[in-house]
Design a protein around this ligand. Structure first.
Ligand code: ADP
Ligand code: MG
Ligand code: MG
Ligand code: MG
Length: 398
Protein backbone atom coordinates (compact mmCIF):
# COMPACT_ATOMS: atom_id res chain seq x y z
CA UNK A 1 0.00 0.00 0.00
CA UNK A 2 1.03 3.54 -0.67
CA UNK A 3 0.81 4.92 2.85
CA UNK A 4 2.80 2.31 4.78
CA UNK A 5 5.88 4.48 4.87
CA UNK A 6 6.07 8.10 5.98
CA UNK A 7 6.45 10.90 3.45
CA UNK A 8 5.24 14.50 3.30
CA UNK A 9 2.08 14.50 1.24
CA UNK A 10 1.11 16.77 -1.64
CA UNK A 11 -2.50 17.74 -2.38
CA UNK A 12 -3.05 14.75 -4.70
CA UNK A 13 -1.62 12.32 -2.13
CA UNK A 14 -3.99 13.66 0.51
CA UNK A 15 -6.98 12.94 -1.74
CA UNK A 16 -5.84 9.33 -2.23
CA UNK A 17 -5.05 9.08 1.45
CA UNK A 18 -8.49 10.14 2.60
CA UNK A 19 -10.14 7.78 0.12
CA UNK A 20 -8.00 4.85 1.24
CA UNK A 21 -8.20 5.47 4.98
CA UNK A 22 -11.81 6.55 5.47
CA UNK A 23 -15.25 5.90 4.03
CA UNK A 24 -16.11 9.53 4.67
CA UNK A 25 -16.71 10.36 0.99
CA UNK A 26 -18.63 8.35 -1.60
CA UNK A 27 -16.39 5.96 -3.61
CA UNK A 28 -16.79 7.86 -6.85
CA UNK A 29 -17.14 11.48 -5.78
CA UNK A 30 -14.50 13.81 -7.17
CA UNK A 31 -12.44 15.42 -4.40
CA UNK A 32 -10.57 18.73 -4.28
CA UNK A 33 -7.74 19.48 -1.90
CA UNK A 34 -6.10 22.72 -0.73
CA UNK A 35 -3.28 23.31 1.72
CA UNK A 36 -4.69 25.93 4.12
CA UNK A 37 -2.09 25.90 6.91
CA UNK A 38 -0.97 29.27 8.21
CA UNK A 39 0.98 28.20 11.29
CA UNK A 40 4.71 27.83 11.71
CA UNK A 41 4.99 24.08 12.19
CA UNK A 42 2.58 21.89 10.25
CA UNK A 43 0.67 21.25 7.03
CA UNK A 44 -3.10 21.50 7.05
CA UNK A 45 -5.16 20.24 4.10
CA UNK A 46 -8.84 20.70 3.42
CA UNK A 47 -10.43 17.98 1.30
CA UNK A 48 -13.88 18.69 -0.10
CA UNK A 49 -16.10 16.79 -2.52
CA UNK A 50 -16.99 18.60 -5.69
CA UNK A 51 -20.61 19.01 -4.69
CA UNK A 52 -19.25 20.92 -1.70
CA UNK A 53 -21.40 19.11 0.85
CA UNK A 54 -18.75 17.09 2.68
CA UNK A 55 -15.25 17.99 3.82
CA UNK A 56 -12.48 16.96 6.21
CA UNK A 57 -9.22 18.39 7.46
CA UNK A 58 -5.93 16.46 7.32
CA UNK A 59 -3.13 17.83 9.49
CA UNK A 60 0.32 16.38 8.89
CA UNK A 61 3.49 16.94 10.88
CA UNK A 62 6.84 17.13 9.13
CA UNK A 63 10.06 16.19 10.93
CA UNK A 64 11.13 19.82 10.68
CA UNK A 65 9.17 23.02 11.19
CA UNK A 66 7.18 24.26 8.22
CA UNK A 67 8.97 27.62 8.38
CA UNK A 68 12.51 26.25 8.70
CA UNK A 69 14.24 22.95 7.93
CA UNK A 70 16.83 23.92 10.52
CA UNK A 71 14.27 23.35 13.30
CA UNK A 72 14.08 19.58 13.80
CA UNK A 73 10.93 18.43 15.57
CA UNK A 74 9.60 15.07 16.65
CA UNK A 75 6.55 14.00 14.66
CA UNK A 76 5.21 12.64 17.95
CA UNK A 77 3.58 16.07 18.38
CA UNK A 78 0.73 15.05 16.09
CA UNK A 79 0.05 12.02 18.31
CA UNK A 80 -0.01 14.31 21.32
CA UNK A 81 -2.33 16.67 19.47
CA UNK A 82 -4.71 13.89 18.37
CA UNK A 83 -4.83 12.35 21.84
CA UNK A 84 -5.49 15.69 23.48
CA UNK A 85 -8.17 16.68 20.96
CA UNK A 86 -9.96 13.40 21.71
CA UNK A 87 -9.59 13.97 25.45
CA UNK A 88 -10.83 17.56 25.15
CA UNK A 89 -13.84 16.34 23.17
CA UNK A 90 -14.75 14.13 26.12
CA UNK A 91 -13.96 16.58 28.93
CA UNK A 92 -15.36 19.75 27.36
CA UNK A 93 -18.17 18.64 25.08
CA UNK A 94 -18.62 20.70 21.94
CA UNK A 95 -15.37 22.62 22.32
CA UNK A 96 -13.01 20.42 20.26
CA UNK A 97 -13.11 19.22 16.64
CA UNK A 98 -13.96 15.56 16.23
CA UNK A 99 -10.96 13.39 15.38
CA UNK A 100 -11.78 10.75 12.75
CA UNK A 101 -8.37 9.10 12.50
CA UNK A 102 -4.83 9.31 13.86
CA UNK A 103 -2.11 7.67 11.79
CA UNK A 104 1.24 6.98 13.46
CA UNK A 105 2.92 6.04 10.16
CA UNK A 106 1.97 9.09 8.11
CA UNK A 107 2.07 11.28 11.24
CA UNK A 108 -1.20 12.90 10.49
CA UNK A 109 -4.68 13.21 11.78
CA UNK A 110 -8.01 13.48 9.99
CA UNK A 111 -10.46 15.73 11.78
CA UNK A 112 -13.70 17.64 11.52
CA UNK A 113 -13.67 20.62 9.17
CA UNK A 114 -14.48 23.76 11.13
CA UNK A 115 -14.55 26.07 8.12
CA UNK A 116 -18.00 27.31 9.13
CA UNK A 117 -16.15 28.90 12.08
CA UNK A 118 -13.61 31.75 11.92
CA UNK A 119 -10.21 31.92 13.59
CA UNK A 120 -10.84 34.22 16.56
CA UNK A 121 -7.76 36.39 15.99
CA UNK A 122 -8.89 37.17 12.43
CA UNK A 123 -12.41 38.05 13.61
CA UNK A 124 -11.10 40.25 16.42
CA UNK A 125 -8.90 42.10 13.91
CA UNK A 126 -12.19 42.97 12.16
CA UNK A 127 -13.57 44.18 15.55
CA UNK A 128 -16.17 41.41 15.66
CA UNK A 129 -17.54 40.53 19.08
CA UNK A 130 -18.55 37.18 20.54
CA UNK A 131 -21.00 37.39 23.45
CA UNK A 132 -20.52 33.78 24.55
CA UNK A 133 -16.75 33.62 24.27
CA UNK A 134 -15.96 34.23 27.95
CA UNK A 135 -18.50 31.65 29.04
CA UNK A 136 -17.23 29.06 26.57
CA UNK A 137 -13.49 29.51 27.09
CA UNK A 138 -13.78 29.57 30.90
CA UNK A 139 -15.78 26.34 30.73
CA UNK A 140 -13.23 24.81 28.39
CA UNK A 141 -10.32 25.68 30.69
CA UNK A 142 -11.94 24.45 33.89
CA UNK A 143 -13.26 21.25 32.30
CA UNK A 144 -9.98 20.31 30.62
CA UNK A 145 -7.54 21.47 33.29
CA UNK A 146 -8.95 20.51 36.69
CA UNK A 147 -9.72 16.87 35.81
CA UNK A 148 -6.07 16.31 34.89
CA UNK A 149 -4.69 17.61 38.21
CA UNK A 150 -3.90 15.57 41.31
CA UNK A 151 -6.82 17.31 42.97
CA UNK A 152 -9.19 15.21 40.86
CA UNK A 153 -7.24 12.55 38.98
CA UNK A 154 -5.84 9.26 40.26
CA UNK A 155 -2.26 10.07 41.26
CA UNK A 156 -0.62 7.02 39.71
CA UNK A 157 -2.48 7.37 36.44
CA UNK A 158 -1.43 11.00 36.34
CA UNK A 159 2.23 10.13 36.75
CA UNK A 160 2.03 7.76 33.79
CA UNK A 161 0.43 10.58 31.80
CA UNK A 162 3.09 13.09 32.77
CA UNK A 163 5.63 10.83 31.12
CA UNK A 164 3.45 10.13 28.08
CA UNK A 165 3.01 13.86 27.44
CA UNK A 166 6.62 14.87 28.08
CA UNK A 167 6.81 16.77 24.76
CA UNK A 168 10.43 17.93 25.24
CA UNK A 169 10.97 19.61 21.88
CA UNK A 170 7.85 21.73 21.90
CA UNK A 171 8.41 22.65 25.54
CA UNK A 172 11.89 23.75 24.54
CA UNK A 173 10.39 26.13 21.97
CA UNK A 174 8.27 27.77 24.70
CA UNK A 175 11.14 27.82 27.17
CA UNK A 176 13.26 29.70 24.62
CA UNK A 177 10.71 31.96 22.92
CA UNK A 178 8.51 32.82 25.90
CA UNK A 179 10.79 32.51 28.90
CA UNK A 180 14.31 33.35 27.74
CA UNK A 181 14.96 35.24 24.52
CA UNK A 182 12.62 38.19 25.19
CA UNK A 183 14.78 39.13 28.20
CA UNK A 184 18.28 38.90 26.75
CA UNK A 185 18.11 38.20 23.00
CA UNK A 186 20.86 35.65 23.52
CA UNK A 187 20.00 33.87 20.24
CA UNK A 188 19.80 37.23 18.47
CA UNK A 189 16.42 36.45 17.01
CA UNK A 190 14.40 39.25 18.58
CA UNK A 191 12.93 41.82 16.26
CA UNK A 192 12.22 45.18 17.82
CA UNK A 193 10.00 47.82 16.23
CA UNK A 194 12.65 50.44 15.46
CA UNK A 195 10.98 53.49 17.09
CA UNK A 196 10.62 51.51 20.35
CA UNK A 197 14.08 49.96 20.32
CA UNK A 198 15.77 52.07 22.97
CA UNK A 199 12.69 52.06 25.14
CA UNK A 200 12.57 48.25 25.07
CA UNK A 201 16.27 47.89 25.79
CA UNK A 202 15.85 50.04 28.90
CA UNK A 203 12.47 48.75 30.05
CA UNK A 204 12.92 45.03 29.34
CA UNK A 205 16.54 43.96 28.78
CA UNK A 206 17.88 46.22 31.56
CA UNK A 207 15.17 45.61 34.17
CA UNK A 208 16.90 43.22 36.57
CA UNK A 209 13.84 42.73 38.75
CA UNK A 210 11.74 41.80 35.72
CA UNK A 211 14.34 39.33 34.47
CA UNK A 212 14.59 37.68 37.87
CA UNK A 213 10.81 37.24 38.04
CA UNK A 214 10.81 35.83 34.48
CA UNK A 215 13.48 33.33 35.56
CA UNK A 216 11.29 32.20 38.47
CA UNK A 217 8.34 31.77 36.10
CA UNK A 218 10.48 29.78 33.67
CA UNK A 219 11.28 27.21 36.34
CA UNK A 220 7.63 27.17 37.37
CA UNK A 221 6.76 26.27 33.76
CA UNK A 222 9.37 23.49 33.64
CA UNK A 223 8.86 22.05 37.11
CA UNK A 224 5.19 22.33 37.93
CA UNK A 225 3.40 19.35 36.39
CA UNK A 226 0.03 20.61 37.56
CA UNK A 227 -2.36 19.69 34.75
CA UNK A 228 -2.41 18.61 31.11
CA UNK A 229 -2.40 22.07 29.57
CA UNK A 230 -3.16 23.06 25.98
CA UNK A 231 0.14 24.91 25.76
CA UNK A 232 -0.66 27.24 22.83
CA UNK A 233 -4.00 28.76 23.80
CA UNK A 234 -3.86 32.03 21.87
CA UNK A 235 -6.64 33.52 19.74
CA UNK A 236 -5.22 31.77 16.64
CA UNK A 237 -6.05 28.42 18.26
CA UNK A 238 -9.72 29.26 18.72
CA UNK A 239 -12.39 28.77 16.05
CA UNK A 240 -15.57 30.73 16.72
CA UNK A 241 -19.05 31.65 15.61
CA UNK A 242 -21.45 33.76 17.67
CA UNK A 243 -22.81 30.51 19.15
CA UNK A 244 -19.81 28.21 19.29
CA UNK A 245 -16.18 28.08 20.41
CA UNK A 246 -13.81 25.26 19.37
CA UNK A 247 -10.23 24.85 20.45
CA UNK A 248 -7.66 23.45 17.99
CA UNK A 249 -3.90 22.88 17.85
CA UNK A 250 -2.94 21.43 21.29
CA UNK A 251 0.39 20.06 20.01
CA UNK A 252 2.29 21.97 22.75
CA UNK A 253 0.31 20.08 25.39
CA UNK A 254 2.16 18.73 28.44
CA UNK A 255 1.78 18.65 32.21
CA UNK A 256 2.48 22.23 33.15
CA UNK A 257 1.00 25.10 35.16
CA UNK A 258 -2.71 25.83 34.65
CA UNK A 259 -1.90 29.52 34.56
CA UNK A 260 -0.07 29.03 31.28
CA UNK A 261 -3.37 28.50 29.43
CA UNK A 262 -5.32 31.13 31.36
CA UNK A 263 -2.53 33.69 30.94
CA UNK A 264 -2.34 33.13 27.19
CA UNK A 265 -6.05 33.83 26.84
CA UNK A 266 -5.79 37.02 28.91
CA UNK A 267 -2.75 38.28 26.96
CA UNK A 268 -4.19 37.61 23.53
CA UNK A 269 -7.55 39.19 24.36
CA UNK A 270 -5.59 42.19 25.63
CA UNK A 271 -3.79 42.42 22.26
CA UNK A 272 -7.19 42.49 20.54
CA UNK A 273 -8.37 45.22 22.91
CA UNK A 274 -5.27 47.34 22.33
CA UNK A 275 -5.65 46.86 18.57
CA UNK A 276 -9.25 48.07 18.84
CA UNK A 277 -8.13 51.03 20.90
CA UNK A 278 -5.51 51.99 18.30
CA UNK A 279 -8.32 52.23 15.75
CA UNK A 280 -10.71 54.05 18.11
CA UNK A 281 -13.28 51.22 18.15
CA UNK A 282 -14.94 51.99 21.45
CA UNK A 283 -17.76 49.43 21.48
CA UNK A 284 -15.26 46.72 20.58
CA UNK A 285 -12.87 47.85 23.32
CA UNK A 286 -15.73 47.80 25.84
CA UNK A 287 -16.64 44.28 24.79
CA UNK A 288 -13.01 43.11 25.00
CA UNK A 289 -12.64 44.66 28.45
CA UNK A 290 -15.77 42.93 29.68
CA UNK A 291 -14.71 39.67 28.13
CA UNK A 292 -11.33 39.70 29.86
CA UNK A 293 -13.05 40.50 33.14
CA UNK A 294 -15.59 37.71 32.64
CA UNK A 295 -12.98 35.15 31.58
CA UNK A 296 -11.24 35.60 34.93
CA UNK A 297 -14.37 35.81 37.07
CA UNK A 298 -16.14 32.91 35.36
CA UNK A 299 -12.96 30.85 35.52
CA UNK A 300 -12.81 31.44 39.29
CA UNK A 301 -16.47 30.63 39.77
CA UNK A 302 -16.49 27.49 37.64
CA UNK A 303 -13.16 26.32 39.04
CA UNK A 304 -14.56 26.55 42.56
CA UNK A 305 -17.78 24.74 41.66
CA UNK A 306 -15.94 22.01 39.73
CA UNK A 307 -13.49 21.55 42.59
CA UNK A 308 -16.28 21.18 45.16
CA UNK A 309 -18.01 18.57 43.05
CA UNK A 310 -14.99 16.57 41.88
CA UNK A 311 -12.16 16.87 44.42
CA UNK A 312 -10.84 13.39 45.34
CA UNK A 313 -7.58 14.04 47.21
CA UNK A 314 -8.18 13.95 50.97
CA UNK A 315 -5.71 16.72 51.82
CA UNK A 316 -7.03 18.92 49.04
CA UNK A 317 -10.28 18.98 51.02
CA UNK A 318 -8.61 20.83 53.92
CA UNK A 319 -10.26 24.16 54.66
CA UNK A 320 -8.49 26.97 52.80
CA UNK A 321 -6.53 24.71 50.47
CA UNK A 322 -8.72 25.38 47.42
CA UNK A 323 -8.40 29.14 47.93
CA UNK A 324 -4.62 28.84 48.29
CA UNK A 325 -4.42 26.70 45.14
CA UNK A 326 -6.60 29.06 43.11
CA UNK A 327 -4.61 32.09 44.28
CA UNK A 328 -1.50 30.45 42.91
CA UNK A 329 -3.20 29.65 39.60
CA UNK A 330 -4.24 33.30 39.26
CA UNK A 331 -0.75 34.51 40.12
CA UNK A 332 0.70 32.19 37.46
CA UNK A 333 -1.94 33.40 35.01
CA UNK A 334 -0.98 37.04 35.52
CA UNK A 335 2.71 36.20 35.21
CA UNK A 336 2.20 34.23 32.00
CA UNK A 337 -0.07 36.93 30.55
CA UNK A 338 2.82 39.33 31.06
CA UNK A 339 5.36 36.97 29.51
CA UNK A 340 3.17 36.31 26.49
CA UNK A 341 2.66 40.04 25.94
CA UNK A 342 6.38 40.68 26.06
CA UNK A 343 7.42 37.81 23.84
CA UNK A 344 4.85 38.64 21.14
CA UNK A 345 6.20 42.20 20.89
CA UNK A 346 9.90 41.66 21.54
CA UNK A 347 10.48 38.08 20.41
CA UNK A 348 10.51 36.14 17.18
CA UNK A 349 6.80 35.28 16.86
CA UNK A 350 4.74 38.44 16.60
CA UNK A 351 0.96 38.90 16.61
CA UNK A 352 -0.98 40.66 13.87
CA UNK A 353 -3.00 42.58 16.46
CA UNK A 354 0.11 44.70 17.03
CA UNK A 355 2.11 44.44 13.79
CA UNK A 356 -0.90 45.40 11.67
CA UNK A 357 -1.26 48.79 13.37
CA UNK A 358 -0.21 51.05 10.52
CA UNK A 359 0.01 54.50 12.10
CA UNK A 360 3.48 54.71 13.63
CA UNK A 361 2.48 56.75 16.68
CA UNK A 362 -0.33 54.31 17.48
CA UNK A 363 1.94 51.29 17.15
CA UNK A 364 4.53 52.90 19.43
CA UNK A 365 1.82 53.59 21.98
CA UNK A 366 0.22 50.13 21.66
CA UNK A 367 3.51 48.36 22.26
CA UNK A 368 4.38 50.49 25.26
CA UNK A 369 0.95 50.00 26.84
CA UNK A 370 1.26 46.22 26.43
CA UNK A 371 4.81 46.07 27.74
CA UNK A 372 4.11 48.35 30.71
CA UNK A 373 1.10 46.26 31.62
CA UNK A 374 3.10 43.08 31.11
CA UNK A 375 5.72 44.24 33.59
CA UNK A 376 3.01 44.86 36.19
CA UNK A 377 1.45 41.46 35.51
CA UNK A 378 4.80 39.77 36.08
CA UNK A 379 6.17 41.76 39.02
CA UNK A 380 2.90 42.17 40.94
CA UNK A 381 1.44 38.80 39.89
CA UNK A 382 0.42 37.87 43.43
CA UNK A 383 -2.02 40.81 43.55
CA UNK A 384 -4.16 39.68 40.58
CA UNK A 385 -7.16 37.72 41.69
CA UNK A 386 -10.34 38.99 40.01
CA UNK A 387 -11.27 40.24 36.56
CA UNK A 388 -11.39 43.74 37.97
CA UNK A 389 -7.77 43.49 39.15
CA UNK A 390 -6.67 42.82 35.57
CA UNK A 391 -8.83 45.55 34.04
CA UNK A 392 -7.89 48.16 36.64
CA UNK A 393 -4.21 47.62 35.85
CA UNK A 394 -4.95 47.86 32.13
CA UNK A 395 -6.82 51.14 32.54
CA UNK A 396 -4.02 52.60 34.60
CA UNK A 397 -1.48 52.10 31.82
CA UNK A 398 -3.71 53.13 28.88
P1 ADP B 1 -0.21 24.86 13.26
O1 ADP B 1 0.05 23.82 14.30
O2 ADP B 1 0.71 24.76 12.11
O3 ADP B 1 -0.31 26.24 13.85
P2 ADP B 1 -3.13 24.82 13.20
O4 ADP B 1 -3.73 23.59 13.79
O5 ADP B 1 -3.15 26.04 14.04
O6 ADP B 1 -1.66 24.50 12.65
O7 ADP B 1 -3.88 25.11 11.84
C1 ADP B 1 -3.44 26.11 10.96
C2 ADP B 1 -4.64 26.68 10.23
O8 ADP B 1 -5.31 25.66 9.50
C3 ADP B 1 -5.70 27.28 11.15
O9 ADP B 1 -5.41 28.63 11.45
C4 ADP B 1 -6.94 27.15 10.30
O10 ADP B 1 -7.00 28.22 9.37
C5 ADP B 1 -6.71 25.85 9.56
N1 ADP B 1 -7.32 24.72 10.29
C6 ADP B 1 -6.73 23.95 11.24
N2 ADP B 1 -7.58 23.04 11.73
C7 ADP B 1 -8.75 23.23 11.09
C8 ADP B 1 -10.05 22.60 11.14
N3 ADP B 1 -10.29 21.57 11.97
N4 ADP B 1 -11.02 23.06 10.32
C9 ADP B 1 -10.78 24.09 9.46
N5 ADP B 1 -9.59 24.72 9.36
C10 ADP B 1 -8.58 24.30 10.16
MG1 MG C 1 -1.66 26.99 15.20
MG1 MG D 1 -3.85 30.16 12.33
MG1 MG E 1 0.42 24.36 16.24
Amino acid sequence: AKFDEYFLMENEDVIHYVKEKTSFFNENSALLCDEIGDGNLNYVYRVVDQAGDKSVIVKQAGDTARISDAIKLSTNRIKIESDILILHGKLAKGHAPEVYLYDNVMNCCIMEDLSDHTILREALLQFETFPKLADHISTFMVQTLLPTTDVVMDHQEKKVNVKEYMNPELCDISEELVYTEPFNDYNQRNELFEPNKEWIVTEIYRDDVLRLEAAKLKFEFMNHAQALIHGDLHTGSLFVTKESTKVIDPEFGFYGPIGYDVGNIIANLTFALIHGDAYGKEPFVDWAENTIMEVVDLFNKKFTAFWDEHVTDEMAKETGFKEWYLDRVLSDSAGVAGLEMIRRIVGLAKVKDITSIEMEAERIRAERICLTLAKRFIKDRDTFRTGKDFITALKEVM
